[in-house]
Design a protein around this ligand. Sequence first.
Ligand SMILES: C[S@@+](CC[C@H](N)C(=O)[O-])C[C@H]1O[C@@H](n2cnc3c(N)ncnc32)[C@H](O)[C@@H]1O
Length: 278
Amino acid sequence: MAPPAIVPDANRRERFRDNNGNIISDIWKTSEYRVNKNAWTRALRVKPAREPYRGRRLRQLTQAMNSGGPTDGDTVNSVLSWETEKDQCWVCKRQLNDDPNSCGQRCYDWWRNLGPQDRLENDCEIRPLPWNSGFEGHGVYLKNWTPGGAKMPSITRNDMVGEYVGELVPWDREGHDEYEGEAEGRYIFEGPNKRWLIDAGKWGNTSRFINHNCRPNLIAVPMVVGGRRLITFRALKAIKAGDELTIHYGESYFNRYNEKCRCNAKGRPVAHDPEPAP
Ligand SMILES: C[S@@+](CC[C@H](N)C(=O)[O-])C[C@H]1O[C@@H](n2cnc3c(N)ncnc32)[C@H](O)[C@@H]1O
C-alpha cells in the first residue's frame, strides 16, 4: 500500500546565496523534489512497452502524470516510492507492507525533523572556491562562524548530513542520454534503483554544491524513509568547522564530462583553504 501523499510546498522559491550573500545565478533552492513532467511524458510516450515502464507501474505513472503538474505531491511520491514495499523504513524499521499505518508521512517528517536537512542548510554555507583549489565554482563548507558566539557546528563520524534533492527524471539509458538536464547533466545523481535520476541543475538543495574529493569525508547512502527511496549523505569521518564537505563522484564521472579531477593533481589532495568567513 502506498504511503500517504507528501505534498511539497511549491511556493517556497528561494535563490542560492554564497557566504557573502551574493545570489548564485539561475538556480532555485528547494527542500522538496519536483517531477520533470516533460521528461516523464516523453519517456512514457517513446518507450511504452519497455522496461522500466511496464504494466501496473506504467499505468500508475501515466495516471499520475495525467492527474497532476510537475509539483504534484502524489507524482513525486509515485516516483520515490517506486518498489519500496519490501524495504525496511530507516525510521520505524518496518516494511511498508507490514503495517501501512506505521510509515509514510510520519516517518518522513521524523527524518526531516532529525535535522539532516538542517545540517546542510543551517550548519553549512556555500563558498566560492579558493584560488588554490584548482577549479572554479563553489563548494559546501561547515560554518566556522556563529552568530553571537554560539557553539561552532561540528559533524561526527556516521552522522547523517542531508539528502540529495532535485528534479526527478526517468532513468532510461536512451532517455538519459536524450535528457541532458541542466549544465549537461553535471548535477545529476543517478537514483539508487535504476528507475529515476535526480537532477539538481535547476532546482536543488545545498548538496548540489558538494564537490568531489578522492579522499572524501561524506558518502552517499541510499535509504528508504517513509516509503521514499532517498539518496542521503553520511559522514565518513569527523568534520571540523571550516572544512569542506566532499564526496567521491565515482570512477567514471570526470571522463564522462571530459574534465580532470583537481583534488589530487599532485598525488595528494590539495588543501582546500577557504577564505576566512566574515
Ligand atoms: C555537482 S558540481 C559541484 C559544484 C560546483 N563546484 C559548482 O560550483 O556548481 C560538479 C562540478 O564541479 C566541478 N568539480 C567538483 N569537484 C571537482 C574536482 N575534484 N576536480 C575538478 N572539478 C571538480 C566539476 O566541474 C564538476 O562537473
